[in-house]
Design a protein around this ligand. Sequence first.
Ligand code: ZN
Length: 317
Amino acid sequence: MSPFELTVVMYHYVRDPGDRCEAGTGIPGLGVAQFEAQVARLAREHAMIAWPDLRDFLVEEKPLPASACLLTFDDGLLDHFHNVFPILRAHGLSGLFFALAREDGEPLTLAHQIHFLLPVLTCQGLRDAVWNWLTPVQQESFILAEGRYEARFNSGSPDDPTLILKSVLQREFADEARPILSELFERHIGDEAATARDYYLSRAQIAVMAAGGMHFGGHSRSHPWFDWIGTAAQTMEIAASAEWLHGIEPGPWAFAYPYGGFNARSPGLLQAHGFVAGLTTREHISQTEPYGIGRYDGESLRHDWDAIERGRVRRDV
Ligand SMILES: [Zn+2]
């Protein structure tokens, strides 16, 4: 396909400290007023589109408006019902929500267990708590894995240790970490299933949002790194999303890669399961590949609005 210009912005947590979504968890997010200001500015500077506009462009080559912009929201969080949906409705806008293929009552994913535990235990505390659960052999491979990410994330940033810990837990130790983190959750926070119920969108909330002009896409079932898991696991994750989307959103659908990770097999697997778009976390506006569509993080735009402008300039070079 020939390159096309599209600005996509990605959001996760949209919340204020102490509101019903943050609920004293200490999990930070983009403030609600900041989110509304960003949306208003994007709407002034761009032609805001909805998922069906992009779908029709990809499937039928129906043209997009100049300076098109699409708002996307990952993980199917309660924030999107209480804090995002009303603002989008007030501005006459639609969002594309990449929710996990889960049913009401299922526990947290590993990614979100980590989000809850980090503010409570701190990075070092979480690392030590996990460490105590590992066998000596596991501890040895844990250190080796940390060493590999230390070499990769050696930026001198205070975020480095958190990135390293998350990387090891989400990849090498994903299978081992889940039950350990569930134990830590029960010990330090409380009932994980009850927390999950008040953390993810319910089926009923999704139905209300869909009836209110919002659109839904796939984001896998268990939120793994697609560039880490095998092809069979990737296929299961994508198939779960396709099955989940039936009855929620008419196909073909869009998919957001968990953590933005994907590999050479991902586009073909998505295509085989009824997905026509794959959204990444790479920042670019000039889109050359429907399964590698770039997105800007709304939380980074808060500090660096010009990133979008630079993305445009890079295209022109
Ligand atoms: Zn996600």
